[in-house]
Design a protein around this ligand. Sequence first.
Ligand code: 13P
Length: 251
Amino acid sequence: MSRNYLIAGNWKMNKTPKEAVALAEGVRKIKAGAGIRKMIAPSFVCIPAVVEVLKGSDVTLAAQNMASVEEGAHTGETSVLMLKELGVESVILGHSERRHVYGESDELINAKVKLALSHGLEVVLCVGETLEEREDGKVDEVCFRQIEGGLSGVSADGMKHIVIAYEPVWAIGTGKTATPLDAQTVHKACRGKIAELYSPSIANSVIIQYGGSVKPGNAAELMAQEDIDGALVGGASLDADSFAGIVAFDV
Ligand code: 13P
């Protein structure tokens, strides 16, 4: 079965609101081929301005994170209710920087996943091993634990709104990319895990993105792999031309 591609820009903590507007205008103009969807995830404070730029466009607007509860005494957190009111459609959850810099557990991420789904948001659930875990031969173990933990209690129907992003931690922002074959091996294993948890047909329809130093120069060979259905791009998404070069990968 053929899956669509999802090319997403995770802007992380980059771009002021004015800069975000300019970049969103650039992304809006990028023509994506058939079956290729564009997504951008600006920081929270840039979302209100970016919403205006994206109105009526084919670009999906995502947030980079959200709180695990709807409201209350949670200083510094952002609620799904606020994101929904602004028109956010998707949310990235469990990014490695949230896991490893801010200590988010699978349990916390799972609570966020379920809350996001209950409010009709699409979820991009990030998984991936550290260099140490890779060297210890624990790639599958770590990814499977993060998939199973993150998706605990998510129904088969909920899986229609789940995207998985495999982002090996050692490849993020380092210039080191997993080889297309290494990435394909992990993607295939993750799809197998989803088949085991749900069904082969659900596994076949889930988009699994690759993330970690994706650039215009390596996007095509990654996207050509059977189980790689898109990219979650950090650094190379901060410039509209370079993001366009990735969207224009030629399989
Ligand atoms: P880089 O593309 O900068 O390696 O970042 C990847 C990433 O973390 C996207 O979420």
